[in-house]
Design a protein around this ligand. Structure first.
Ligand code: SAM
Length: 240
């Protein structure tokens, strides 16, 4: 398939994203380390450290995947619900937590971020790391995050963003579109999925645009912070 290279209809996207993550689940953690040269661990640590988690806070980690954010949040004192649409990713995540003797600290749920099965005003924090760009209807997902937050609660988004330095942007493009699909082919036996990932990063809104979409969904005090010159950005917003 060449779905990474053409616009896909929204109804198609959810299915394709499902295929991608089912395909990469067993190699997901290894690939993250290789593709980012380990830097994703630093980004994630900085992301969670800035959430302002207090002991006992209820935190919903959306698109939680294999549980990296959930683990860090749990360590910071949160009661964590991990939600992901993909059964294979959740299975890998749970097995990993089990090995670390950690499974009991979490609730695991197979959930579409666009239609959260929670009552209003349940959580102190909603986190979503490298997940929002995979969601088909971003506006619905943002609104639902806002809905399930308690007043005073905050949303935290970690996502690839727009690189500010032209020279770095060029290098990074080469890395994404040349190196990543090859790595994907060699390690995970799946170049297409990694092409999709690179393409989805390119299509994702830049810092200012995402901030505006968060405001449209009802968030206030929206701010962002670039990581690694904008390769990633952390956006945060409050429900007042
Ligand atoms: N948050 C983890 C991390 O930082 O390592 C996983 C990120 S992984 C790149 C993206 C995750 O988003 C996948 O596990 C995928 O199944 C999940 N996902 C994609 N679309 C989703 C949706 N509509 N609702 C919930 N999760 C979704």
């Amino acid at each position: 398939t060449d779905f990474g290279y053409k616009e896909v209809a929204p109804e198609e996207k959810t299915r394709l994203v499902g295929k991608v993550f089912t395909s990469v689940a067993s190699k997901y953690d290894l690939m993250n380390d290789l593709m980012s040269m380990g830097i994703h661990r630093l980004w994630k640590r900085q992301f969670v450290a800035g959430c302002g988690i207090r002991q006992g806070d209820r935190l919903l980690d959306l698109a939680g995947g294999t549980g990296d954010i959930a683990r860090l949040a749990h360590k910071a004192g949160a009661r964590v619900t991990v939600a992901d649409i993909n059964h294979a990713m959740l299975t890998v995540g749970r097995a990993r937590m089990d090995e670390a003797g950690l499974v009991q600290g979490f609730d695991w749920l197979q959930v579409n971020a666009e239609a959260l099965p929670f009552a209003d005003q349940q959580f102190d924090h909603v986190t979503i790391a490298f997940g929002l760009r995979n969601v088909t209807w971003r506006d619905r997902a943002l609104k639902d995050m806002h809905r399930v937050l308690k007043p005073g609660g905050r949303v935290h988004i970690l996502e690839f963003s727009k690189v500010g330095l032209p020279a770095l942007a060029k290098l990074y493009d080469g890395w994404s579109f040349q190196v990543l699909p090859r790595l994907g082919a060699r390690i995970a036996g799946d170049a297409d999925s990694y092409r999709y990932l690179a393409e989805s990063i390119r299509r994702f809104p830049d810092q200012e645009t995402l901030a505006e979409q968060m405001r449209e969904a009802g968030f206030e005090r929206v701010s962002w912070q670039n990581l690694s010159a904008g390769i990633c950005a952390i956006h945060r917003g409050a429900k007042v």
